[in-house]
Design a protein around this ligand. Structure first.
Ligand SMILES: C=CC1=C(C)c2cc3[nH]c(cc4nc(cc5[nH]c(cc1n2)c(C)c5CCC(=O)O)C(CCC(=O)O)=C4C)c(C)c3C=C
Ligand SMILES: [Fe+2]
Ligand SMILES: [Fe+2]
Length: 342
């Protein structure tokens, strides 16, 4: 007896959805303007009252920032598009090969492919169980909650809402900490450690959030500190071999401290010759790592070194779609996946 069903498996009814921040569609001022308008109108991202914020956003920021940000995006853009999108897509493709019987999709909070369009496609293809992985290890309302909002809004438009699970965050997951540690160790095995001559440090830099958001009870700062500590322990570092900091401050309000750039300059002036920087909060390399760290911070650190006394700066790339990253995501996802995936 031939069993047709055995030869043509049904499309999987379980899906994993990876979510990242998103990028403009092109490195041009109009495309960046559209992207920033969407990003910065999200009330999870900017928590000021709209009556105060919207005139600033439309009257100042969306008139001045797009041209400047587009120039920065042009510096990191690749033949395949925005690095953030390329790395996120590759991560999803690699996970799809590892998670048997599970569809792995990816979407962006802002820009394309939108969460709404991807959720629609998954539901229409018969997905009945959806596991969402916002790719932000350290929980912040600005990222993890914003991703959830978008998934919930998308599902509000569907008739056949699947069973839903969300990975809340994974800042202390041994699989994740091990992956970042292995990534750093592999880099050091190839290129040498910064401490070997006794005057180097590892800087662990995270994207910041406003201090006011933290004061409202956001767990982000605590989770970043716990990741940094767990990473230092996994690497066997002494307290004077590493520092942690927060980058990418936006606007004039106080953000989480210490700020990455002034801290790196202070280290340079105080005799640190070799600085390695790792950004464990960024699952994928993007504008904020390639341009802000590997370019701007490098220049600032080297310029702050005493005249005639050379320094060395290295940026250790994000996990991206590396083998260690995929191993970690598989471990985190498999625990959350429904045991009967049919
Ligand atoms: C990794 C976690 C992130 C947190 C937390 C976060 C908070 C946050 N961001 C802004 C404003 C901007 N962020 C921008 C870019 C950007 N942000 C993240 C991640 C986090 N943001 C990523 C991965 C990226 C890069 C996207 C890319 O295309 O490569 C930008 C746009 C770029 C620019 O014009 O500078 C803005 C604006 C705020 C206000 C905020 C918390 C309140
Ligand atoms: Fe950001
Ligand atoms: Fe930035």
């Amino acid at each position: 007896m031939t069993n047709q069903a055995a030869h043509t498996p049904e499309p999987s009814r379980t899906a994993v959805l990876l979510i990242n921040t998103g990028s403009p569609e092109a490195p041009t001022a109009p495309a960046v303007r559209d992207y920033l308008a969407q990003f910065l109108s999200d009330r999870r991202v900017v928590e000021l009252p709209p009556t105060k914020w919207l005139p600033i956003l439309h009257g100042i920021i969306l008139r001045t920032r797009p041209a400047k940000s587009a120039a920065r995006y042009r510096g990191v853009w690749t033949d395949e598009g925005s690095p953030l999108i390329v790395h996120t897509r590759r991560t999803a493709e690699a996970l799809g090969l590892r998670l048997e019987g599970v569809r792995v999709a990816w979407a962006m909070c802002y820009g394309k492919p939108s969460i709404e369009s991807v959720v629609r496609e998954l539901v229409e293809s018969g997905v009945e169980r959806l596991l969402v992985l916002p790719m932000f290890a350290q929980y912040a309302a600005q990222t993890n909650a914003a991703a959830c909002d978008a998934v919930f809004r998308a599902l509000m438009k569907e008739r056949r809402v699947p069973a839903l699970r969300v990975v809340r965050g994974y800042h202390r997951e041994p699989a994740y900490v091990r992956a970042v540690a292995r990534h750093v160790e592999d880099f050091w095995a190839r290129e040498g450690r910064p401490f070997d001559a006794g005057d180097g440090k590892l800087m662990v830099s995270f994207h910041g959030i406003p201090q006011a958001s933290s004061d409202l009870g956001d767990p982000y700062e605590k989770e970043c500190r716990e990741t940094a500590r767990a990473l230092a322990d996994a690497l066997g570092l002494a307290d004077d071999q590493w520092v942690m900091s927060f980058q990418s401050r936006f606007g004039r309000d106080e953000w989480l401290k210490p700020y990455t750039l002034p801290l790196a300059e202070e280290l340079a002036r105080s005799g640190v010759k070799r600085l390695d920087v790792v950004c464990p909060g960024f699952a994928a390399d993007c504008l904020e790592t390639i341009e802000e760290i590997d370019d701007e911070l490098r220049e600032a650190f080297l310029a702050a070194r005493p005249a005639g006394d050379e320094g060395r700066f290295r940026y250790i790339p994000a996990l991206n779609a590396s083998a260690e990253a995929i191993d970690a995501y598989v471990e985190i996802l498999e625990r959350e996946l429904w045991s009967d995936k049919a």
